[in-house]
Write a protein that binds this ligand. Structure first.
Ligand SMILES: NC(=O)c1ccc[n+]([C@@H]2O[C@H](COP(=O)([O-])OP(=O)(O)OC[C@H]3O[C@@H](n4cnc5c(N)ncnc54)[C@H](OP(=O)(O)O)[C@@H]3O)[C@@H](O)[C@H]2O)c1
Length: 248
């Protein structure tokens, strides 16, 4: 089993969905976990309580990552808590907007890029002083970055930007021994995923997947834990598809 004892991880958007599952998985592997949330404090408290009840070490940290200074405020708080060293950053917090091209507003477009692209960029920038040789950064991409699914063009563009950041960050930070990768989930059964809430949507998702079931957040958390761990010590600059073989 993956051993993350002695490591400290920050998971953004850890109150719900894939972030929550990742925080729990990293904690099960032995990491101390900073559980980030934005508005859902009760849900973050529940994640912290679940980790502590299982004998792990966790605490919550709050920040609105849509605000221009949100990543800076979060990084400052994290640096206070961890002292000199952060081993794992899972920049998972994200928002989506399923809307026809004709109906996309400038405000929603800007919000998508603020939370999904600007925030991870500046969070990495602001946390670099406490990341060291062996640290691992995992970003969240999406199937939508490489294939047309639903009415997600603006959201998909944010995830294409994430894939680009992964390659540039990995190239720039490799010399310091810091690895940078992303996972690209397909359809996952979380609050974000409106497609799994209807029979037609589920049929559409199953129709494009090789594996015929709807993914749960845990299915993604395992891949994130792998990329965060030393088992992936020779993997950097990559986006790992974790989508049950979608749109092959
Ligand atoms: N679900 C899918 O099918 C799917 C597929 C591909 C990729 N992804 C990606 O996976 C990641 C997680 O998605 P999910 O499905 O787990 O989403 P989710 O269940 O909707 O959870 C979103 C998380 O992001 C946080 N968040 C939202 N807006 C924020 C803001 N302004 N500032 C800070 N945090 C904010 C939320 O915090 P609060 O609870 O405090 O609001 C929550 O913890 C996202 O990057 C998403 O794009 C998801």
């Amino acid at each position: 089993m993956t051993n993350l004892s002695g490591k400290t991880a920050l998971v953004t958007g850890a109150s719900r969905g894939i972030g929550r599952a990742s925080a729990l998985a990293l904690a099960r592997a032995g990491a101390q976990v900073l559980v980030h949330y934005s508005s859902n404090e009760k849900a973050a408290d529940a994640v912290v309580a679940e980790i502590r009840a299982a004998g792990g070490n966790a605490r919550k940290v709050a920040a609105d990552l849509r605000a221009a200074d949100g990543p800076h405020a979060l990084a400052a708080r994290v640096r206070e808590v961890v002292g000199g060293r952060l081993d794992i950053l899972v920049a998972n917090a994200g928002i989506s907007k399923a809307v026809a091209i004709a109906d996309m507003t400038v405000a929603d477009f800007d919000d998508l890029f603020a939370v999904n692209v600007r925030a991870p960029f500046f969070l990495v920038q602001q946390l670099l002083p406490v990341m060291c040789k062996g640290s691992s950064i995992v970003l969240l991409s999406s199937l939508a970055a490489r294939a047309s699914v639903g009415t997600l063009s603006a959201y998909a563009a944010t995830k294409g930007a994430v894939d680009t950041l992964v390659r540039h960050f990995a190239a720039a930070l490799g010399e310091r021994g810091i690895r940078v990768n992303a996972v690209a989930p397909g359809v996952v059964d979380t609050d974000m995923s409106s497609i799994v809430k209807t029979d037609d949507g589920r049929a559409y998702a199953l129709g494009m997947q090789a594996l015929k079931r709807i993914a749960q957040a845990d299915d993604i958390a395992g891949a994130i834990t792998f990329l965060a761990s030393d088992d992936a010590r020779w993997v950097t600059g990559d986006t790992l598809r974790v989508d049950g073989g979608s749109k092959l």
